[in-house]
Design a binder for this molecule. Structure first.
Ligand code: SF4
Length: 447
């Protein structure tokens, strides 16, 4: 049961010594109750209180880590219902499913293509996380051969899907020393699967038709000493899956219901055709899946999913930034102009893409505005004439752009006079307010 801030306060020393970095014990207690700080920050808590607070200080959703060859995929450890309340920590792992009735060469080909898939989105390289190998042939030999073929083509973490513990064991032998996810404990086979999870120190999925069944089986599995659990609700409709994941998340985060305090896996590939699969995967990413298994692999299928995932799981407290500096676009010469913008990633890419699309060469000076967009940075005092002039000097822009024409974003036209004072040898121009108007501006005003 989660403790309130006042309940936690009563267990703290109440000396207000500030050693934890907070002005009062009550302020620290409130942060603890919101699970925004660790109890270790207070060095004066008694052992008795520590034991009582440990439960409250534990994240309501267990962190599960799949490992292979130095690669890790983490899920869980979340503490809020909605990202804007704080942040989400671990984006859902995206796994491509391989069925063991495929020939080894076909498996290797599919795995190699997905393994090397990478796309750059606002300066971040986005990739898939691993592979799920499913036993559909019923043959242990086919399953272990399929796992071996996957491992030969990729070093990424693996999920093993099998209902038969004997078949599962053969797959696990191939991945000995790793921590794959064992997908397959249900009401009938959970003891054998739990034994395998113990033997291979691997996390285990638990399946149930209802939340009660899930919670009951979780407790049974925990009774065998298994702590690393992933929930695999048996529901197979869009509405049912969404409702189930939302309920699980709410019960874990809001009610601290430990029996469901684990990440959930969603097998979107079971949806049937690629269109339904896309909807199912997008829904799982949007609402509370920790692992998502897809069947379809093609860049146009995967791209919207990993971009959606990136957008949802970006930390709202940390703007995505690009490195400040002087960027060359379309091979600029010393006579070409310098356009200025901030280092907020989306701003940078909007401006850089428009300049690139215009086909005209230019220098793009990216000033350090602490990752804010132009207007926000200007309003916060992080993008002013002094900072822009400092960037011009820091990146030695004058030695590269010798015609000394610098273009301010139209939104900060008000800075032009101050910038002329800061950079008396430069011709300061005011560009358009919107990035989309940059090509026309460059063609009309800069050529
Ligand atoms: S360090 Fe502990 S005793 Fe000191 S103010 Fe913080 S919570 Fe209170």
């Amino acid at each position: 049961m989660a403790l309130s801030g006042i309940q936690i306060y009563k267990m703290l020393p109440q000396t207000n010594c500030k050693d934890c970095g907070y002005p009062t014990c009550l302020a620290f207690a409130m942060k603890l109750a919101a699970k925004q700080v660790e109890l270790d920050l207070c060095p004066h808590v008694s052992e008795e209180s520590k034991a009582q607070l440990a439960e409250s200080a534990t994240p309501p959703q267990r962190l599960i880590t799949l490992k292979a060859n130095g690669n890790e995929v983490k899920a869980g450890n979340e503490v809020v219902l909605f990202r804007h309340e704080k942040t989400y920590y671990n984006m859902p792992g995206l796994f491509v499913r391989i069925k063991d009735d495929l020939l080894a060469d076909a498996i290797k080909e599919k795995v190699a293509a997905a393994d090397t898939y990478s796309t750059n989105y606002v300066g971040i390289d986005l990739v898939l996380d691993g592979f799920a190998v499913e036993a559909v042939s019923g043959s242990s030999a086919s399953f272990s051969a399929a796992v071996a073929a996957v491992r030969a083509a990729s070093k990424k973490p693996v999920i093993l899907i099998a209902q038969d513990a004997g078949v599962m064991a053969e797959g696990l032998k191939v991945l000995d020393g790793e921590a794959p996810l064992i997908f397959g404990a249900g009401a009938e086979n959970w003891e054998a699967m739990a034994d395998l999870a113990t033997q291979y120190k691997a996390p285990l999925t638990v399946t149930g038709n209802t939340l009660d069944e899930l919670a009951d089986l979780v407790e049974k599995v925990k009774g065998k000493g298994i702590e690393d659990i992933v929930l695999a609700p048996a529901t197979r409709s869009l509405h049912g899956e969404l409702t189930t994941r939302v309920l699980i998340w709410r019960l874990a985060i809001k009610k601290n219901f430990r029996s469901l305090g684990y990440p959930v896996i969603s097998v979107a590939g079971d949806a049937g055709d690629p269109a339904k699969e896309m909807v199912s995967a997008a829904q799982a990413i949007s609402k509370y899946a920790g692992f998502v298994v897809i069947d379809s692999f093609a860049p146009d299928f995967v791209y919207p999913l990993i971009v959606l995932r990136q957008n949802i799981y970006t930390d709202p407290q940390k703007p995505i930034q690009v490195q400040p500096g002087l960027y060359e676009i379309n091979n600029p010469k010393p006579t070409d102009p310098v356009l200025v913008t901030t280092n907020f990633s989306i701003t940078y890419f909007s401006v850089a893409n428009e300049i690139e699309g215009s086909g005209l060469p230019a220098w793009l000076l990216v000033a350090d505005a602490e990752g804010m967009s132009v207007l926000t940075a200007w309003a916060a005092g992080k993008f002013d004439a002094e900072r822009i002039a400092k960037s011009v000097k820091a990146f030695d822009v004058a030695s590269k752009a010798t015609n000394r024409t610098i273009v301010l974003p139209g939104h900060v036209a008000v800075l032009s006079g101050e910038l002329e004072e800061e950079l008396p040898d430069w011709n300061v121009r005011v560009g358009p307010r919107e990035a989309v108007d940059i090509p026309a501006f460059m063609k009309q005003a800069m050529t």
